[in-house]
Design a protein around this ligand. Structure first.
Ligand code: FES
Ligand code: FES
Length: 80
């Protein structure tokens, strides 16, 4: 299985809006982190859709190693 590219080593905070759907980049290749820009085409990866259930600040994973995509779970702290 292909490994995602580590796009960053800290989450990106985004003010999400209730009812809006966001497409998180799972492959790490997007230049519009933390969101998909289509650069996954040709890889094994697909973006992860997330629809916000309320207005809030969400912390999206950029290292792509999280166990709880699309959100940061602290795994980036274990990366070298
Ligand atoms: Fe990474 Fe689309 S660019 S999933
Ligand atoms: Fe990926 Fe925190 S940025 S787990």
């Amino acid at each position: 299985m292909e490994k995602p590219k580590i796009a960053g080593k800290a989450p990106i905070a985004v003010d999400v809006k209730k009812g809006e759907t966001y497409y998180w980049c799972a492959c790490g290749r997007s230049s519009n982190q933390p969101f998909c820009d289509g650069s996954h085409v040709g890889t094994e990866f697909n973006p992860v859709a997330y629809t916000a259930e309320e207005d809030k600040t969400a912390y999206f994973c950029t290292c792509k190693q999280t166990k709880t995509p699309p959100f940061c779970d602290g795994t980036h702290l274990t990366l070298e």
